[in-house]
Design a binder for this molecule. Sequence first.
Ligand SMILES: Nc1ncnc2c1ncn2[C@@H]1O[C@H](COP(=O)(O)OP(=O)(O)OP(=O)(O)O)[C@@H](O)[C@H]1O
Length: 361
Amino acid sequence: MPLQPRLSIEGLVRNLGGRRVVDGIDLTVAAGQVTCLLGPSGCGKSTTLRLIAGVDRQDAGTIWMDGVQVAGPDLHRPPEARGIGLMFQDFALFPHLTVAQNVGFGLPRGAASVARALELLARVNLSGYEEKYPHELSGGEQQRVALARALAPRPSIMLMDEPFSGLDDRLRDGIRDETLAVLKEEGTAVLLVTHEPSEAMRMADEIALMRNGRIVQRAAPYNIYNAPVDLKAASFFSDVNVLPGKVHGALTDTPFGQFLAPGLPDGTEVDIVFRPQHVRLDFDRHGRGPNPTAAEGAPARATVLRARFMGRESLVEFLMDDGHSRVSATVPAVFLPKPGTILWLSIPRDRCFVFRREGAV
Ligand SMILES: Nc1ncnc2c1ncn2[C@@H]1O[C@H](COP(=O)(O)OP(=O)(O)OP(=O)(O)O)[C@@H](O)[C@H]1O
């Protein structure tokens, strides 16, 4: 029998300011799983989280936690009756309470609670900090106390809204990894809101990509990156190259040969989309490039327009031999060919996506 999800949402809707801000969200999160609600600013992520927390009330839809309905057409359990832990960007600790008192705040008085607070402080590497006050801690340490506080009552579900965005860049990755390790140890189901693709890729077991109040794709980070549902989903994770094409006999022509466009009728305008890091470069050998292969397709000749060193990689921009298509390639090294250099480009077929052009019929 499949495990019952800790959190389950069906048809969640919220109208605000005359607009449907959350437009029919379905979602499940299992114990020990981290799901990232990822999307651009204003797409409705925080509103969704607020509805799940119970600090706002949905206009339609149902929410279950551990199989028990907590919100529905005639039901609204208050936040404190939902068994959730909350962590937001401004994770304000109580300034007049010590670290240990902050962590134990939501627990009943007693030896077991003190032990739980100490155990969690050890878990977030803050043993010895029990008697300190929040103003004596760094931002990263305060964040770890906030995590311990949120986890202390053993919430079944943890809701986190951009919890790392207040932190210094250099601290952030370490804290993310530590937080993830603690959440996994506790086996909590986590729903984390972020607008940063890199954060979602780093933290999530599953990413729910949101746009205009809807979830447009739900998949593991690898799958969402390598099999995006549309051009916007592809370009949310990195810059992309887009070549225009038209379908003839379920194929479309490009400078890199023909690509499959299954299921699309003749004449459909399409975008052939691929990421700069998936472009392979080869030197020109007396006017010839590498031999075509089934995996790499046909190579295409191109002229370097410019090359820039970006730190971890080099970005090389090309004009294709058709005289108008432009393609960017990133190379994970210092590679700065002079403008005018001829190179051959190829793209692995499985790294290329063909989408019906938005707005096209
Ligand atoms: N109380 C409100 N009244 C009217 N509109 C609101 C209200 N709260 C949110 N909105 C609007 O709903 C939309 C979604 O807001 P929400 O905060 O959920 O987005 P978000 O995806 O979390 O964005 P961000 O990443 O910027 O926090 C926004 O356009 C916002 O302006």
